[in-house]
Design a protein around this ligand. Structure first.
Ligand code: FES
Ligand SMILES: [Fe+2]
Length: 414
C-alpha cells in the first residue's frame, strides 16, 4: 500500500521534468528577406545579384491593375517591443516614411519623423535618448518625444524658433508591438487595437516569431482570410510538401498521406466595431490520407482594421494567440510579422508546430502574391461571396487623400 504514493510522486516528477525540458526548447524564429521566399519560379540557378535583378524585372513588368490606394488608414505595427530597449532609438521605415522610434528613460515609447528639421540628419542613426527626449547626433538639438517640440539648441543664446519641431506619430504599445496611427486626412485614432490580456498580464508565454517581406498590395494579404476557397486548395497539401508552388501539387505517396482540412466563415462586425471582421476556421491536420486526425483546432481570426490580425487557437493541448501584423514599407512592399503566445501547457513542440505550419502556409501565399496581378473586377462565382464583402468592408480604410500608386511609381525601383 505504501509503495503506491511513492510511485505516483516519482512518475509525477518524471512527467514534470519532461514538461519543463520541452518548455526550454529554443524559441521559434524564422526570418526571411524579400529575395529569400516566393521566387522559386525564377529557377534554381538564378541566385545572388541575378536573383535581385530578375525580381526587379518581374515586379516592374507585372501588370498592376487598377490598384486601391496604397496606404490605408488605421493602426500599423512598426516594430516589436522587444527590439526597442530603454534609452534606445531605432530607425524604422513604413508608409514610405522614415521614423525614429525611441524608448525614453521612463520606458515610454515615442515615435517621430526621423529627419531632423535643422539640416536633415537621421536622428535614429546615432541620436541619444535623454529622459523622454531625443538628441540629434549632428548638432545636438533636443526634441521632446511627447510632442516633437525642440526644447534645446545647445549653441545658441537666442530663443528656439517656434517652427523647430519634428512630426510626432500617435503611437501605442500593445501585445508585444509598437503601433502607429496612419491617417491620410490627419484625423485622430477612431478605434484601438484591443489588448490581449493573457499577453499583457504575462499569463501566456511568448513562443517565437516569424518575419517575411513580400511584393504585393497590402489589401491582398487580409483578403486571404475571406478567400475561403483557396484554403481548401492551396493549403490542403501538407507542410511536408513545402512552400514552393511548383512542388506542392505533384503527387508523392508518402507526403500525400498527411494533409490539412479547412472550413471557414467570414463576416463583418456591427457598429461600433465595424472596423473588425471575423473569420471562423476549423482546421485539422490528418494522416493516412485524411483518415486519422492528429490535431484539431478551432481558429477564430479577428481582422482588426487594415493591418492587424489576432488568430485565437484552441486545441486539445492548449490555447494561444498568433498576432499577425502587416505594414506597408512602400506602395507594393509589405513587412509581415507573426508572434505567437500560448498557455504554459501548450508544449513547445506544439507551439513550434503552429508557428512553423503557419509560416510554411503563408510562404505559399507569398509565392502567389509576389507574382499575381491585382484585379479590381475579379471573375467570381457564388462561393466567392466573402471576397466581395471583404472588399466592400476594406474600402472603409481609404479616404479622399489616401495616396494612390500612380503618384509613387518611382518607388518600384527598390
Ligand atoms: S541636423 Fe539635427 S541638430 Fe543639426
Ligand atoms: Fe492563404
Amino acid at each position: 500500500m505504501l509503495d503506491i504514493p511513492v510511485f505516483r510522486v516519482t512518475q509525477f516528477r518524471r512527467v514534470a521534468f519532461v514538461v519543463l525540458a520541452l518548455q526550454h526548447i529554443r524559441l521559434y524564429t524564422r526570418q526571411f528577406d524579400l529575395t529569400e521566399v516566393g521566387w522559386g519560379c525564377l529557377g534554381d540557378d538564378v541566385v545572388g545579384k541575378n536573383l535581385g535583378e530578375r525580381i526587379r524585372e518581374v515586379h516592374r513588368l507585372r501588370k498592376k491593375g487598377n490598384l486601391p490606394p496604397v496606404y490605408p488608414n488605421g493602426w500599423f505595427a512598426i516594430i516589436e517591443s522587444r527590439k526597442v530597449a530603454v534609452a534606445q532609438v531605432v530607425s524604422v521605415q513604413a508608409f514610405g516614411e522614415t521614423m525614429a522610434v525611441f524608448r525614453g528613460e521612463d520606458k515610454m515609447v515615442h515615435v517621430t519623423d526621423a529627419y531632423c528639421p535643422h539640416i536633415g540628419a537621421n536622428m535614429a542613426v546615432g541620436g541619444v535618448v535623454k529622459g523622454s527626449c531625443l538628441e540629434c547626433p549632428f548638432h545636438g538639438w533636443l526634441f521632446r518625444g511627447t510632442d516633437g517640440v525642440c526644447v534645446d539648441i545647445p549653441y545658441t543664446a537666442k530663443a528656439i524658433p517656434k517652427t523647430a519641431k519634428v512630426k510626432r506619430w500617435e503611437s501605442r504599445e500593445m501585445n508585444g508591438f509598437v503601433f502607429v496611427w496612419h491617417d491620410a486626412e490627419g484625423r485622430e485614432p477612431e478605434w484601438e487595437v484591443p489588448e490581449v490580456h493573457q499577453i499583457t498580464s504575462g499569463s501566456w508565454s511568448y513562443r517565437g516569431r516569424t518575419q517575411h517581406h513580400l511584393l504585393a498590395h497590402i489589401q491582398e494579404i487580409p483578403e486571404n482570410g475571406a478567400d475561403v476557397a483557396h484554403l481548401a486548395h492551396l493549403h490542403v497539401p501538407s507542410i511536408f510538401k513545402g512552400a514552393d508552388l511548383r512542388h506542392i501539387f505533384t503527387h508523392s505517396w508518402l507526403q500525400d498521406l498527411a494533409k490539412h482540412n479547412w472550413n471557414g466563415e467570414w463576416q463583418v462586425r456591427a457598429e461600433p466595431e465595424s472596423h473588425v471582421a471575423d473569420l471562423a476556421v476549423k482546421h485539422s491536420f490528418s494522416l493516412l490520407g485524411g483518415k486519422l486526425n492528429v490535431l484539431n483546432m478551432t481558429v477564430r481570426a479577428e481582422q482588426i482594421g487594415p493591418g492587424v490580425v489576432h488568430l485565437h487557437f484552441n486545441t486539445a493541448v492548449g490555447s494561444g494567440v498568433l498576432i499577425q501584423t502587416v505594414t506597408p514599407v512602400e506602395p507594393l512592399r509589405q513587412r509581415v510579422i507573426h508572434q505567437f503566445y500560448s498557455s504554459r501547457f501548450f508544449l513547445a513542440p506544439f507551439s513550434n508546430f503552429v508557428l512553423h505550419s503557419e509560416a510554411r502556409h503563408f510562404e505559399r501565399d507569398i509565392m502567389v502574391w509576389n507574382n499575381k496581378q491585382y484585379l479590381s473586377q475579379p471573375l467570381l462565382v457564388a462561393e466567392d461571396r466573402f471576397i466581395v464583402r471583404f472588399r466592400r468592408w476594406y474600402s472603409q480604410f481609404y479616404s479622399e487623400n489616401s495616396p494612390k500608386f500612380s503618384f509613387q511609381k518611382e518607388s518600384l525601383d527598390w
